[in-house]
Design a protein around this ligand. Structure first.
Ligand SMILES: Nc1ncnc2c1ncn2[C@@H]1O[C@H](COP(=O)(O)OP(=O)(O)OP(=O)(O)O)[C@@H](O)[C@H]1O
Length: 264
């Protein structure tokens, strides 16, 4: 099956298109990075797949079902799509523990009247452990740091064991060690056949997981191909063709050279 299929898609807010003329097909099991500068339309594209931005024209199909002007995915898709939104923390005045917030991700899979069974509870625990927060299960989410809350949102999406996982900057504000841990989790998730679509500015952390890149520029797709050719320079090690930079070497070129003139 095809996980995502866009044909001449126009997506925006109200009747203003932010993204247009987008053709994109993502096969089941692919792991795709969505790249581009601030304001280029990456988030709008991702939100369009979830029915959170308006499809103004063309075709948008997710997991075989068309996304229309409905504000929510149809019931058949509930729980099949995991989403980590761009906002950086878990908001809301209601005090909730890590277990409860992640449990909501699992409930989405069961539907509105489902109850968590033991298998669901262990899926919640596994998801929380996967993001390195096993020791915080019973803590109020509000007591966690911003980066930890970000990881709770990742766990919430993982708990649903979705077929398609859309993540909007999952590594933003997350420290290097946790980024590496997240990359390992996503590698596992990808290995089970889950399709990944990850909006990111930091391809370095996820370079081993994401293989294809789609670069959005002014609401249109400017590049679609191997991640290595997408012109990312933000990892400091990897300078693929098209960037005008030399290939990565085993040392940092911006470091001062050792001189023999007494340091002057
Ligand atoms: N809720 C909204 N209502 C109206 N216009 C919006 C809304 N959200 C975004 N836009 C418009 O869409 C443009 C693209 O925003 P979008 O969030 O898709 O970009 P992005 O590529 O994800 O940027 P960033 O890297 O900064 O997250 C924005 O410049 C803004 O004008």
């Amino acid at each position: 099956m095809t996980a995502v299929r866009l044909r001449e898609a126009r997506i925006g807010y109200g009747d203003v298109a932010v993204v247009e003329g987008v053709d994109l097909t993502v096969a089941d099991g692919e792991a795709v990075a969505v790249l581009g500068s601030n304001g280029s339309g990456k988030t709008t594209l991702a939100r369009g797949l979830l029915g959170l931005a308006t499809v103004l024209g063309g075709e948008v199909e997710v997991l075989g079902a068309p996304v229309g002007r409905l504000r929510r995915p149809p019931p058949a898709q509930r729980g099949r799509i995991g989403y980590v939104p761009q906002r950086h923390t878990v908001s809301g005045a209601v005090p909730a523990t890590v277990r409860e917030v992640v449990g909501v991700g699992r409930l989405a899979r069961l539907g509105p009247f489902g109850r968590l069974r033991p298998a669901d509870r262990s899926a919640v625990q596994d998801a929380v452990a996967a993001v390195g927060l096993a020791d915080r299960l019973g803590d109020p989410v509000a007591s966690l740091s911003g980066g930890q809350q970000r990881r709770v949102l990742v766990a919430r999406a993982l708990a649903a064991e979705p077929e398609l996982l859309v993540m909007d900057e999952p590594t933003a504000g997350v420290d290097a060690a946790s980024q590496d841990a997240l990359a390992a989790v996503l590698a596992d998730v990808s290995a089970t056949g889950t399709t990944l679509l990850v909006v990111t500015h930091e391809t370095a952390a996820l370079a081993g997981v994401l293989t294809r890149a789609v670069v959005v520029d002014h609401g249109r797709i400017a590049y679609d191909g191997p991640l290595a050719g997408a012109g990312s320079t933000d990892d400091g090690h990897h300078h693929p063709e098209g960037t005008g930079l030399p290939p990565a070497r085993g040392y940092r070129q911006d470091q001062p050279r050792v001189t023999t003139d007494g340091g002057r």
